[in-house]
Each structure stands twice: as C-alpha cells, then as structure tokens.
Design a protein around this ligand. Structure first.
Ligand code: CP
Ligand code: NVA
Length: 305
C-alpha cells in the first residue's frame, strides 16, 4: 500500500484495525439497509469485475453491492478480453485504470492478482485466487459475530482440504485473534507460508490428526469442497476425504452451540451432509448474505466513501 491506493488483496496485507473498521461499517450499513435507508455514496463510480473462474455469490453480491451504493459495474470474463489473447495483466491494469474507479478480480494464480495490483492506479479487490479468498472470510467473521459475539478467543475448526479459503482463515486467525484447529488429509495441507505468517502474527493454529480432535471444543466448524476450481488435476479418491466429512457425528464433538460454516457452493453428501447444512447449527446462507454487506464496506473503504 505504499502507493496510497487502498487495495483489498488479502487479510495479511490489510491492517487489523482496518479490517475491524470494515466489519463495523458492514454491520452499520446492513442495519441501515434493513431499516429502509438508502444512500448513494458511490454515485458515478464504476467497478470492473474480471472473472477467470465461475461464480454465483461473488458476482451477484459485488454487482448488487455497487448498485446499492449508487455505483455501477462492468462484468468481464478473462477469455472474452484481450487478456485471453495474451495481452499482459500489467497492460490490462493500466488500461482499465483509465476507465474505472476500482477493479475486482477472481483469477487463478495469485501472482496475477499481485501483478494487477502493482500496475493498477485504482483499488484492486481480491474476489478469490488459487491461494486466498479474503472477502469470504470477512463475511464469515461478520456472520460468526452476529450469532455469537466477538470472535476473539473463540475456536474455529477447519476440516477437509487445505485450500484458498483456509489460507484466508489462517490470516484471519492472526488478524482477529481466534484459535484455529486444522484437520486435513495428508497431501492436502495448506501452504506452509500461510501457516507461518499466521503463527508469526499471533495466530493460534493447531494441526490435529483427526477431524474429531479438531472439532472438540470448537465454536465453529468450517469446511469447503474437496476439489477447488482449477484443482481438478489434484482430485483424489473421495475416500481420502470421507473421514473429514462434516456430519452429525462430527458436529457432536464440537461445543453444543457450535456454528457450521461453508462458503458454498456445497457438494452435499461429500464434505457435508444434508442434516448438517440444513440443520440448526448451519449459518451458510447468512454467510452468503453477508458477502453483500461485508463487500459493500470493502468497496466503501477502497473508494473512500
Ligand atoms: N463463496 C463463493 O465465493 O461463491 P461463488 O463461487 O459463487 O462466488
Ligand atoms: N475453494 C473453493 C471456493 C469456492 C468459492 C474454490 O476455490 O473452488
């Protein structure tokens, strides 16, 4: 952020106080929206959205969020842009910066996000990369706090694949001060640099050998698909992941009032059973809704509204 441009690329690149301020603003904006208040602080502003991967929630929540704030969006897919014909990310960043006020990108390699950020002269927002998904975790922390109060000192358990969502949860553990138990099959561990960053910045991270051990004492159990977008080549027999399925038996190891979270889309019968995702512990649709509110606060922070 040496340029002074307010990029939202990761929880590790955004100060803890800023993240807390964004969540406070998100809660206030949500309350005002529910009370029927309307304001248009981003009137005249345009957000370009680049998608190199599919999306339902990210696409719609950013679009609706900009509209609710009075702004507009342009939806772009990498393959339909000259990006898909080998124009560089750097040149694309410089061109888009002449037209729009902010850029949101969902892409493959994290380096593409970094290159975009380094070359854009407008704020860049990470809408998911192979490595991280910070907007999702902002919505998840907001959701946890709505249901259970301050997240600091609480215990989350991640079971399943050690993927991009877990990497952002690792960063959040340090930024928001909660404990994070992790149970993943051998070969599906998160990247070590995310574990190291979390530990070096105050994260309380514990790896356990079983999902049951991770769930024990947890205030929230989180999982995600076993095969992320673009990771199909890594797909292994689902029997490897079955011991990490979130079912009623696993929820039974967590605290009685534990929440269940999943960023969605879910693969019912794989990483989570119907009885859990549709059951009383589940807050998955609150998470989805809070993508809208959290991202409106991110947009407002990036654009100084
Ligand atoms: N959770 C999430 O990012 O969903 P989409 O892939 O639908 O955007
Ligand atoms: N880990 C998943 C998250 C989808 C929102 C993926 O990257 O496909």
């Amino acid at each position: 952020m040496t340029s002074g441009i307010r990029h939202f690329t990761d929880l590790s690149t955004t100060a803890a106080a800023t993240l807390r301020g964004i969540l406070d603003d998100a809660a206030a904006r949500k309350a005002r929206l529910k009370a029927g208040e309307r304001s248009r602080p981003l009137e005249g502003k345009v957000l370009a959205m680049i998608f190199d991967k599919p999306s339902t929630r990210t696409r719609v929540s950013f679009d609706v969020g900009m509209r609710q704030l009075g702004g507009e969006t342009i939806m772009l897919t990498g393959t339909e842009m000259q990006l898909g014909r080998s124009e560089t990310i750097a040149d694309t960043a410089k061109v888009l910066s002449r037209y729009v006020d902010a850029i949101m990108i969902r892409t493959t390699a994290h380096e593409r996000l970094v290159e975009l950020t380094e070359n854009a002269t407008v704020p860049v927002i990470n809408g998911l990369t192979d490595d991280t998904h910070p907007c999702q975790i902002m919505a998840d922390i907001m959701t946890f706090e709505e249901h259970r109060g301050p997240v600091a000192g609480k215990t989350f358990a991640w079971v399943g694949d050690g993927n991009n969502v877990l990497h952002s949860l690792l960063e959040a553990s340090a930024r928001f001060g909660f404990n994070l138990n992790i149970a993943v099959p051998k070969g599906s561990e998160p990247q070590q640099k995310y574990v190291d960053w979390s530990l070096a910045n105050g994260g309380a991270v514990k790896f356990t050998s079983t999902a049951e051990e991770a769930a024990t004492g947890a205030d929230c159990i989180v999982t995600d698909c076993w095969v992320s977008m673009g990771q199909e080549h890594r797909a292994r027999g689902h029997n490897v992941f079955l011991p990490y399925q979130v079912n009623a038996a696993l929820m039974g190891h967590a605290n009685p009032d534990a929440l269940f979270m999943h960023c969605l889309p879910a693969h019912r019968g794989e990483e989570v059973t119907d009885e859990v995702i549709d059951g009383p512990h589940s807050v998955v649709f609150d998470e989805a809704e809070n993508r809208l509110h959290a991202q409106k606060a991110v947009l407002a922070w990036c654009l100084g509204a």
